[in-house]
Design a protein around this ligand. Structure first.
Ligand code: SF4
Length: 534
């Protein structure tokens, strides 16, 4: 078929569709959001298959698992920290097993371009004892995603595809293959397998353990892993994985002798191939993006006495951040390439900031003024555009840890005597994981105030739909037990400033739990609607 130019995320999405996908679920998060966005475009309004944003990653995972149990092919995609949210069903689904192909695409973010950590999802796949596929380029992202569905059905387990930012968000040509139709639904297996009562769980866990040899055999045999033994460079070898393979190939041409190397693209780690490489070399450089996953594995499982293993653990490569061809060249002992110096161009400093006219600006101005009378208070925040309220000129918030944590931490703060204890959370984040902590705080009638910044969208990741906005949000809060007299709605606009300060002060003064909804649409999503009204 004709080649097309795709983002790494889009290559994954197209592969899933052409592998006979029946349903896909996701929660927005950079750098994985474009997978679902492309799936939504290709689905032509849901005619071809289901493609949906879910309320959070755990829900997305469980929806995909339900499709798999029903015998159809399903994919779930999210960013690396999304897998923390979905960890419970993810780990347990390795034990229940999959029926229809179940593919979990996780996009890691080394360098934390838009994340609060740079955890490496390969550890999760290892923890769950399933296969992980790590493409090195866009074509492999396409091919491996297709193969992941087959592997899932062949071994009866979920299969992970691990991307990183630089692959997810770059474009390259991809040659698609013949699309396959959706299946009619594979027959149900033994329902007992899916019911993890201890007796069933023990039996199923043994099945998973018994499968490990087959997974290992697959990894040893697949052509995605390549061992290239050089007759010239006998002393030095390289083990390289993922996107870093491209950097290695780019710079290794400048080495005087071509080293032997093992390209690793599937896990469980292909141990036999490593054992073929080891006798050939005295020294191995491990080049991988993320944590020193392979490096630790090599040090842990192989007889490496007398050999030098280099990588992130010995400082040959930096322990965090993205790799680059220059970093790899340096680790290979190549001279540093000196680029042209930019000296005379004065570039404006552009720190991230809230858009001009953003509703959060007016909320933070009112909150800051209201809090002037309460110097011992604290504002616990959450994850969204509003996290930028930590920066000047607002400096309105004091925490940001993980999705939904603002409300739980504000409760903990109030329990420890902080007054006023304030939580700031967006409407989508509240739906994602703020509801249960609020229920907890209502149950204890904690003396705290929750401000829900209802801008009607998931703004930070590209204005995807929100599950917790507008009038249904008001009803939800009443249903959770918030006293109607202490559920206030404000409109964050400059002209309402004094009124908003007054309302916030009143609720900070109230002894008990109160919720203020600051409701005004994100100006970016408003602009999009005006440009293309539905
Ligand atoms: S995208 Fe929307 S919510 Fe985010 S900063 Fe801009 S206006 Fe505010």
């Amino acid at each position: 078929m004709e080649k097309i130019v795709l983002l790494g995320d889009e290559a994954v999405a197209l592969a899933a569709v052409q592998a006979g996908l029946s349903a896909a679920y996701s929660y927005p998060g950079t750098p994985a959001s474009e997978i679902m966005e492309y799936l939504l475009r290709l689905s032509e309004g849901g005619k071809n298959y289901r493609a949906e944003w879910s309320v959070n990653e755990k829900v997305a995972y469980e929806e995909a698992l339900g499709v798999s149990f029903a015998g159809k092919r399903a994919m779930v995609s999210f960013k690396h920290v999304g897998l923390n949210v979905a960890a419970d069903p993810f780990i347990n689904s390795a034990i229940t097993g999959a029926n229809g192909g179940l593919v979990v695409v996780v996009a890691d973010d080394p360098g934390m371009h838009s994340s609060q950590n740079e955890q490496d999802s390969r550890y999760y796949a290892d923890f769950a004892r399933i296969i992980c596929l790590e493409p090195t380029n866009h074509q492999e992202a396409y091919d491996m995603t297709r193969e992941a569905f087959d592997l899932s059905e062949r071994f009866g387990i979920p299969v992970m595809v691990r991307l990183v930012t630089r692959l997810a968000h770059s474009r390259s040509s991809v040659e698609p293959r013949e699309p396959r139709p959706q299946n009619e639904g594979r027959p149900y297996g033994n329902a007992q397998d899916w019911t993890l009562l201890p007796a069933n769980a023990r039996r199923r866990f043994k099945v998973l353990l018994d499968h490990q040899n087959s997974l290992q055999e697959y990894s040893e045999e697949t052509n995605y892993n390549q061992l290239v033994l050089s007759s010239k460079g006998k002393k030095f070898g390289v083990v390289v994985s993922g996107i870093a393979y491209n950097y290695f190939k780019e710079v290794s041409a400048y080495l005087p002798l071509e080293p032997s190397y093992l390209k690793v693209s599937t896990y469980p780690f292909p141990v036999k191939k490593l054992h073929q490489l080891l006798p050939m070399v005295d020294e191995i450089l491990v080049i991988e993006e993320g944590y020193p996953f392979i490096e630790r594995f090599i040090r842990g499982v192989s007889d490496i006495s007398g050999k030098t293993i280099r990588g992130k653990l010995d400082g040959s490569l930096p322990p965090s951040g993205e790799l680059t061809p220059d970093l790899v060249a340096k680790a290979l002992g190549l001279p540093e390439r000196v680029g042209l110096k930019v000296t005379d161009i004065k570039l404006a400093n552009r720190p991230p900031q809230l858009c001009s006219g953003c509703p959060h600006i007016d909320t933070y101005k009112a909150l800051n003024e209201a809090l002037r009378e309460f110097p011992r208070g604290n504002v616990f925040s959450d994850i969204g555009c509003y996290t930028l309220g930590a920066l000047p000129p607002f400096q309105a918030i004091k925490t940001c840890v993980c999705m939904g944590a603002s409300i739980s931490m504000a409760k903990g703060g109030a329990d420890a005597g902080i007054y006023p204890s304030v939580a700031v959370i967006g409407d989508s984040t509240f739906a994602h994981s703020g509801i249960t902590p609020l229920l907890d705080a209502v149950y204890s009638n904690t003396n705290m105030t929750v401000i829900i910044l209802d801008n009607g969208t998931v703004a930070m990741t590209g204005t995807q739909p929100s599950f917790g906005t507008g009038e249904p949000l008001d009803r939800l809060l009443i249903g959770l037990g918030i006293d109607k007299n202490h559920l206030k709605v404000i409109v964050p606009l400059p002209r309402n400033h004094q009124e908003n300060v007054k309302i916030i002060k009143e609720e900070l003064d109230y002894e008990g739990i109160s919720v203020i909804i600051a409701r005004r649409e994100c100006i970016q999503s408003l602009g999009e609607k005006k440009r293309s009204p539905k």
